[in-house]
Design a protein around this ligand. Sequence first.
Ligand code: GTP
Ligand code: MG
Length: 470
Amino acid sequence: MSDSATPRFAVVGHPNQGKSSLVSTLVQDDHIAVSPISGTTQSAHRYQLLLADQVLYELVDTPGFQRARQILDWCNERAADAAERPAVLASFVAQHRDDRRFSDDCALLEPILNGAGIVYVVDVSQPFGSVFDAELQLLSWTAQPRLALLNPIGNDRHAAQWQTALSQYFSLVRRFDPLVAPFEQHLALLRSLAEVHPPWREALIKGVDALSEQRQQRHDQAAQALLLYFERMLHLQLQLPMVGPRDQVRAAGLAQYNQALQQLEKGLRTRLAEIYGHGDLDWRTEWQALAQDDLTDAREWRVWGLSRARLASLSGAAGALSGLAVDAAAGGTSLLLGAVSGGVLGGLAGGFAGRNGVTFQWVSRVPGYEHWQLGPMTSLDFALAMIGRALRCWYQLRQRNHARRDVLDMGGADFNTWLSGLERKQQVQWLYWVRRLMKRSLTEAEVAQFTALIAAIGYQMDILFTKINK
Ligand SMILES: Nc1nc2c(ncn2[C@@H]2O[C@H](COP(=O)(O)OP(=O)(O)OP(=O)(O)O)[C@@H](O)[C@H]2O)c(=O)[nH]1
Ligand SMILES: [Mg+2]
């Protein structure tokens, strides 16, 4: 339910300026039609951001202005002075709402005349022009609270010119890229909206708090989902009947194992998409899927995980931690800071030698019950590669604004980079927990510690993403 106390803004402007994109991002709905074709939105549609059954705010997506100049002329002929303008504009809409020539303009103006605030969106890669003057004048005639948004579609070449023009009609002009604006900027924009109309202020500020809380919950749920996935994936085992020559059994087994891994990965992706409210994603799975060869050829899969140098530097310390049964949470010892003896490192480096990510063994000699067992995962760097893939999925979903319609791309950002942002102690702990989890399930207290480390990586993802998209 909503009422006049619910902040409501009509998102308006010329066609193809990113209006629907803005609505998508701010109401977190990726089903809203967004496309490079001008005139995609053909009627006004109200969207609500609902959290815990409460409407935080409403945005009305509208078609773009078509005949602002003609409407302005019509109104100018009939309004004697400024006091009459809102009423004259309302009578224009009343008289023309069924006139096909003005249907888009009426659909756009109507919610504003019914009390919605205005968010005027412009693409600042395009120059300002007189056609926009008429739009701005009409909007000012509604006398409704308003804010203008500079949307850099591709570039912001004409931003200064727009700023000058818009400042004459709007007391607040902000820059916002609905596709890649980091979450903090969403909140900043809502805080700006809170300034344009005092009666809505409190509700919008509450909305900011509720959204921040929701985001934190999503991250927490995602960290839990990741850890659950790590456990299932690292412990994955398949039993194969012993029929046929070893090589054939092995090849068939690897194919099955790969399928099972992919299923687990898919389950994780679905869960993360659900957590972050994405319903309509294209993962372009074909090239990104794990190939069967990846299971046996280290060169292929290592790119997903940690670099050799980093692994060598951390695994020694992590191994020593395990060996000495040091509580990883205590940390801060010289071991964690890098003083690892050659002996320890040498022992662990053996993990590199094996090219297989998983074990493959004959587990029963009882006649009639022989079978091969494939898994669990034995190679630390294969485990880290799989974890790296999962973290890339998380990064994609965590940072993805709902306005985006492009395919998800697992390239680019990686585990190595995020890990670099953590203190060395935490980096070692990361490896320590992965190694532990490879051996056995974690206790509740251990789960809490590992989850906190996963959260720390998520925080690094945010820092890097914000740096790129300032
Ligand atoms: N690169 C980039 N593309 C954007 C941005 N905002 C919108 N776009 C793209 O611009 C195109 C138009 O976006 P829409 O949100 O559909 O624009 P609209 O104003 O609703 O358009 P109509 O409904 O046709 O009036 C889409 O292809 C968007 O993906 C942006 O900030 N950066
Ligand atoms: Mg649209």
